[in-house]
Design a binder for this molecule. Structure first.
Ligand code: G6P
Length: 366
């Protein structure tokens, strides 16, 4: 590619470190919460809708899962998230008051385009996309859109597209909440200030690269890994597992920590590293007891925890401290170390990081 790598070894590493900039570019010019940035029909559509249906594939699908937590918590709008290749072929119940939202880096993913077409054919005409390519088919085929300004993403494993999707989804959540009269002026001001401070907070997390790199050789010697998270960080656990499997070829699974005892605990032994996403939130105590379940079976824990969580390194427990809890926007910070862990594990294994075997950047055929 014509884009210079600069001080980086791979495009994926470069793109991980571009995230603070990509995020501020995506938020550029957005001073306060307004529907107009999503299109001239957005105000009316956001007022009318009773539900949101998110459709996407891969990493974009996980961005959608995070948005479900935000939409229901902040805008009080019910949200379903569907894998495009499932939605397009199943018999579903169409609803005219639903916002159909596709999320796509490329805007050309065949299954997502077909799922959008399918929703429209069922009479669902309130359509929107969050997309990184302004000239793409997806943008042309939807009434509302928001363009992420991640810039060109070359690494097949998506990183900066994901975090800019999340920022856009958060803006959309606030805009819908505002149209529904569910966003107080104080909340708006506080959450927008948090958004603007995010790039700086991301820099602080990215400084953990060397600490994370030290963990990578352990992962490179294993065949499996489990990723645990709860609540809005459950989709982040899924994304961490996806990154690891895509580029390092380890078998990795993301699980909601509370489901551990309903299956994956049977797999835990000294050969199973368990990555835990541990924000300092109301689910922390529950998560800590899940971690004890892992330790009791000799699983090796790798914990990314916020300041103030009181989780300390001990035999079998490796800890990297994140900044203080970042509230609703915390998943945007917690995904960064997981991207770096996958990246350095892949480098340690010597895989083709930017072009993993069998995968394509954009899947334009079924
Ligand atoms: C491929 C890519 C993934 C991406 C997915 C969806 O599988 O390798 O990184 O998340 O397609 O792509 P989209 O362009 O629709 O976001």
């Amino acid at each position: 590619s014509g884009i210079a790598l600069g001080p980086y070894t791979h495009y994926m590493q470069k793109e991980i470190f571009e995230q603070p900039q990509a995020l501020s570019d995506t938020l550029e010019g957005v001073q306060f919460v307004t529907s107009a940035i999503f299109g001239h029909e957005a105000k009316e559509i956001f007022q009318q809708i009773k539900r949101v249906l998110i459709i996407a594939c891969g990493t974009s699908y996980y961005a959608g899962l995070v948005a479900k937590y935000w939409l229901e918590a902040l805008a009080k709008v019910p949200c379903d998230v569907e894998i495009a290749s499932e939605y397009r072929y199943r018999e579903s119940v169409p609803d005219k008051d639903t916002l159909v939202l596709t999320i796509s880096q490329s805007g050309e993913t065949a299954d997502t385009l077909a799922a959008l077409e399918h929703a429209k054919s069922l009479g669902m005409d309130k359509t929107m996309t969050i997309c990184n390519v302004a000239t793409s088919a997806m943008v042309k085929q939807t009434r509302l859109h928001y363009i992420t300004r991640a810039g060109v993403e070359i690494g097949v494993a998506s990183t900066k597209a994901f975090t800019t999707q999340l920022a856009s989804l958060f803006l959309m959540t606030l805009a819908i909440a505002k149209e529904k009269g569910r966003l107080s002026a104080e909340a708006e001001e506080k959450l927008m200030a948090d958004m603007r401070h995010l790039p700086q907070a991301m820099h602080v997390v990215l400084e953990k690269e060397n600490e994370i790199k030290e963990w990578a050789s352990f992962f490179a010697s294993k065949n499996n890994a489990l990723f645990l998270g709860r609540g809005v960080h459950y989709p982040i656990a899924l994304e961490g597992a996806l990154k690891l499997k895509e580029i390092s070829y380890l078998h990795a699974e993301g699980y909601p920590a509370g489901e551990l005892k309903h299956g994956p605990l049977a797999l835990v032994d000294a050969e199973m590293p368990v990555v835990t996403v541990a924000p300092n939130d109301e689910l922390l105590e529950k998560l800590k007891s899940n971690m004890q379940e892992v330790r009791a079976r000799k699983g090796e824990l790798f914990v990314f925890c916020d300041q103030g969580t009181n989780i300390e390194s001990a035999p079998g427990i490796h800890v990297i401290k994140m900044p203080e809890n970042y509230g609703h926007l915390s998943p945007i910070l917690h995904v960064l170390p997981l991207q770096l862990l996958a990246y350095h594990t892949a480098v340690a294994k010597g895989t083709d990081v930017d072009k993993p075997r069998n995968l394509a950047k954009s899947v334009t055929t079924e």
